[in-house]
Design a binder for this molecule. Structure first.
Ligand code: NAP
Length: 252
């Protein structure tokens, strides 16, 4: 895959899967804007490791609609346009129904839907309006296996990612006439900070044996699917949801 001359914005590009995407796109010739929420050091470290010139790091909280508008505008300003957007930033919040009070329950739903669904919806809006003007583009959204398999400890997370899948497929239809594709990658457990909190728990053995490979995914394996959907030959895969879960959950 060759992304020479392509300008890419990756939300949550400072750590984990977003970072692997940033490295992958930069290795293949793209100019990359790494968005992050608050961890300046991680963003700076990622920026430092990217091959090539002209990359940037852009702080913005994607749960703030005004900040999203500013983020997309800043990326367009920095690069003179945007070709590819990866909606990768997302959060997990534990909210086991029998253990949380009603206030905590509502708070978890609000935070998760804001970050995992409304954030990508607003980024997609701002980016797509620009892409329509410039004649096309690629949007790739990072969802989760949990959208299909259920998340008993985090139902808002499962619902947010199912919503992200449905939003992506609706936008794939809406935006195809504008030469804009919208694809989804749905990973199972991936070796990032988000999954690391399970490492010293009794759940870890179950997590690592869910796949017949007896391991969880590497961030680079998710990035490979993201880059495929953003690549030149993948136009007709718009609306597709690619599983990256090591055959831990097979759906038809
Ligand atoms: P991670 O290691 O926790 O990194 C999260 C990234 O998102 C960081 O760059 C963080 O920035 C950024 N971020 C979080 N909230 C943000 C906000 N409101 N505004 C802007 N940036 C924000 O996460 P990850 O494991 O790489 O996950 C990336 C995506 O993959 C998420 O959508 C997640 O749901 C999905 N996913 C992950 C797994 C897994 O097992 N890891 C499995 C399935 C799906 P700061 O560092 O500044 O906070």
């Amino acid at each position: 895959m060759d992304f020479s001359g392509k300008r890419v914005l990756i939300t949550g590009g400072s750590r984990g899967i977003g970072r692997a995407c940033a490295v992958g796109f930069a290795d293949r010739g793209a100019t990359v804007a790494i968005n992050y929420r608050s961890n300046n050091d991680a963003a700076a470290e990622t920026l430092e490791t990217l091959n090539g010139e002209g990359h940037s790091m852009l702080q913005a909280d994607i749960t703030d609609p005004e900040a999203v508008e500013g983020l997309v505008a800043a990326a367009i300003d920095a690069f003179g346009g945007l070709d590819i957007v990866v909606n990768n930033a997302g959060i997990w919040v534990d909210h086991v129904l029998e253990e949380v009070d009603y206030e905590e329950w509502q708070d978890a739903w609000k935070r998760v839907i804001d970050a995992n669904l409304l954030g990508p919806a607003n980024v997609s809006y701002c980016a797509a309006r620009h892409m329509i003007e410039r004649g096309g583009g690629r949007i790739v959204n990072v969802s989760s296996r949990g959208s299909f398999r259920g998340e008993p400890n985090g139902p808002a997370y499962g619902a947010s990612k199912a919503g992200l899948n449905a939003m992506s497929q609706s936008l794939a239809k809406r935006l195809a006439p504008h030469n804009i594709t919208v694809g989804v990658v749905a990973p199972g457990f991936v070796d990032t900070d988000m999954a690391a909190r399970f490492q010293d728990t009794p759940m870890w053995e179950d997590i690592t044996t869910q796949s017949p490979f007896n391991r969880i995914a590497k961030p680079e394996e998710v990035a490979a699917a993201v880059m495929f959907l953003a690549s030149e030959g993948a136009e007709f895969s718009t609306g597709a949801i690619i599983d990256v879960n090591g055959a831990s959950y097979l759906r038809t």
